[in-house]
Design a binder for this molecule. Sequence first.
Ligand SMILES: NC(=O)c1ccc[n+]([C@@H]2O[C@H](COP(=O)([O-])OP(=O)(O)OC[C@H]3O[C@@H](n4cnc5c(N)ncnc54)[C@H](O)[C@@H]3O)[C@@H](O)[C@H]2O)c1
Ligand SMILES: C[C@@H](O)[C@H]1CC[C@H]2[C@@H]3CC[C@H]4CC(=O)CC[C@]4(C)[C@H]3CC[C@]12C
Length: 255
Amino acid sequence: MFKGLVGLVTGGASGLGKATAELIIKQGGRVVICDLPSAPGANTAKALGENAAFAPVDVTSEKDIKNALQTTVDKFGRLDVAVNCAGIASAARTYNFKKDQPFDLELFRTTVEVNLVGTFNVIRLVAGLIGKNAPNADGQRGVIINTASIAAFDGQIGQAAYAASKAGVVGMTLAIARDLSKQGIRVVTIAPGLFRTPMMELLPEPAIKQLEASVPFPPRLGHPHEYALLVQSIIQNPMLNGETIRLDGSLRMQP
Ligand SMILES: NC(=O)c1ccc[n+]([C@@H]2O[C@H](COP(=O)([O-])OP(=O)(O)OC[C@H]3O[C@@H](n4cnc5c(N)ncnc54)[C@H](O)[C@@H]3O)[C@@H](O)[C@H]2O)c1
Ligand SMILES: C[C@@H](O)[C@H]1CC[C@H]2[C@@H]3CC[C@H]4CC(=O)CC[C@]4(C)[C@H]3CC[C@]12C
């Protein structure tokens, strides 16, 4: 299905990104895993074989992403699909009245910097390489897929920074799709609900079980592979563009 396709996945050493990289390889594609130097990206790529490579990056760094794109060209000669999975999350109320403390502004800045600015940094740089591809019969040169969160719409208590960062990803999706449309590059965002990943497992198991029970159907956490299946569908369907797709078992989060 993806024979000849070259993908780049940020946050590809863990969770949803790792599942996406695994699916691209399984479907006959090649993939560059971009993740922090401290992440197990090299081992993940090694386990996936010769069609996978690791590029250590901070998504907020122009230099790192340009180096990753050079690695992509050196190893695989092109780029067709970029998937932005890199992200961080935190929980703190806007004002903690018990401790008489406002939300830490550096935490807010860092959350937006990684999740929103980092995602845009990757988009604005991968677009240049994807745009060099010869167009297919439909005029398409490639696809960029971003990861928001249902927190962009249902932001829970303690999620102001995370919700703002993810709402920004949702908000820029259509504008970027329009910017890149003449070059035949589609841009789609996925807003996942609750998925069993290391990020989710930052919560204690009882809290995870409680969140899990809140999902109408199926009443469970999503499997990272199910996120990757939506990435596959987006790649395959040329009419998907400029939209954010919730992937959440019809969950609407309570405060
Ligand atoms: N797990 C969920 O329930 C859930 C729900 C909605 C949205 N999301 C989003 O999905 C994406 C993937 O999350 P996950 O659950 O797989 O989490 P995860 O923590 O397993 O993976 C996130 C990856 O991003 C990497 N990363 C973080 N900051 C980075 C940076 N500055 N530069 C490069 N890489 C960086 C981490 O090293 C990690 O490998 C995130 O954007 C997250 O906000 C997750
Ligand atoms: C929909 C998902 O993106 C978010 C919904 C609930 C969030 C979790 C809430 C608790 C946080 C605790 C923390 O400090 C680390 C991040 C969280 C686990 C956070 C992760 C994102 C989700 C799951």
